[in-house]
Ligand binder design. Structure first.
Ligand SMILES: [Zn+2]
Length: 292
């Protein structure tokens, strides 16, 4: 089985986790308030490099029978190591024309970087694009990123990408307010903090569920150390509240979870441990039934 595509089921719904690639970030962008020594100890404990966080970008295909939903579009053009979504979709036998719905969890470049083709037209020509109204208005007006710890060149990159990528979607974008069924079996759930209109997505069928938490958590170590911050969250307070709500729900229900930036295929369960959590990657073939 290819290491960049992972088919699995959620009840009757067929899903495939599809890699868009990976990108290397300075470790202190992912863990911005952690003393260097403590961070290095923890990275060592996890057998991870000390200076760079190699972060996967994992898109998700959800085939409900009637609809082919794509959740997030990767980061075409960001780096030579990103932008693999279309070729991996093709290898999975899916053409852009077959995608009926594109859900954008938020408007950061690693999630909307694949919405347009080389002619600046929607890359999935017959899809309706779904996004939070709050998110759309934030990025298409004058986004205030002062509360984040990002370098100025990163802020510029974010704003430039949104200004380039979003306007051509006018006409095929549908903006959401609050929790909403996007197609039967697929619900968008407000999850603000990382960005103002960041959403999570719940996929449900029969007795099974998959909670896609997008960027509510960026790295498994954030589960173990809930006080550890990253430079990207626009509102640390809202992000912390959202994390607590989503993770406690996932842990209590033993829900299978997809986290966009976790090691591919980015699927696992969240286990409550005291006031924190632990990430348990899912064993595969076949995906175990939901327990509890
Ligand atoms: Zn992201």
């Amino acid at each position: 089985m290819a290491s960049n595509r992972k088919p699995f089921s959620v009840g009757e719904i067929k899903c495939t986790a599809i890699s868009d690639g990976t990108f290397s970030y300075p470790a202190d962008w992912f863990f911005s308030n952690v003393p260097k020594e403590q961070l290095e100890d923890s990275l060592r404990d996890h057998d991870l490099p000390l200076n760079q966080i190699v972060s996967p970008y994992t898109c998700l295909i959800v085939k409900t029978g009637k609809h082919n939903v794509l959740i997030d579009t990767g980061a075409d053009g960001l780096a030579p190591t990103t932008g693999d979504l279309l070729q991996n979709l093709k290898a999975e036998g899916i053409t852009p024309e077959e995608i009926t719905t594109v859900i954008l969890t938020h408007a950061h470049p690693d999630h909307i970087g694949g919405v347009l083709d080389t002619n600046s037209k929607p890359a999935f020509p017959y899809a309706r694009y779904i996004m939070s109204r709050t998110e759309w208005h934030f990025w298409t007006s004058h986004p205030d990123l002062r509360s984040t710890g990002m370098d100025n060149h990163v802020k510029d990159l974010l704003v430039t990408c949104a200004r380039k990528s979003l306007p051509p979607l006018t006409g095929c974008v549908e903006l959401l307010d609050g929790e909403k069924e996007v197609v039967p079996g697929v619900h968008a759930i407000p999850a603000p903090g990382h960005t103002p209109g960041h959403i999570a997505v719940m996929v449900s069928s029969a007795n099974a569920q998959l909670l896609h938490i997008a960027d509510a958590v960026l790295h498994p170590m954030h589960l173990e150390y809930p006080a550890w911050r990253n430079v990207f969250d626009l509102s640390e307070e809202d992000a912390a509240t959202t994390r607590q709500r989503l993770l406690d729900r996932a842990a209590a229900d033993h829900t299978n979870v997809l986290a966009y930036h976790f090691p591919f295929p980015s699927l696992g369960q969240v286990v409550k441990r005291g006031n924190a959590w632990r990430w348990e990657p899912l064993p595969f073939d076949p995906l175990p039934p939901r327990t509890g």
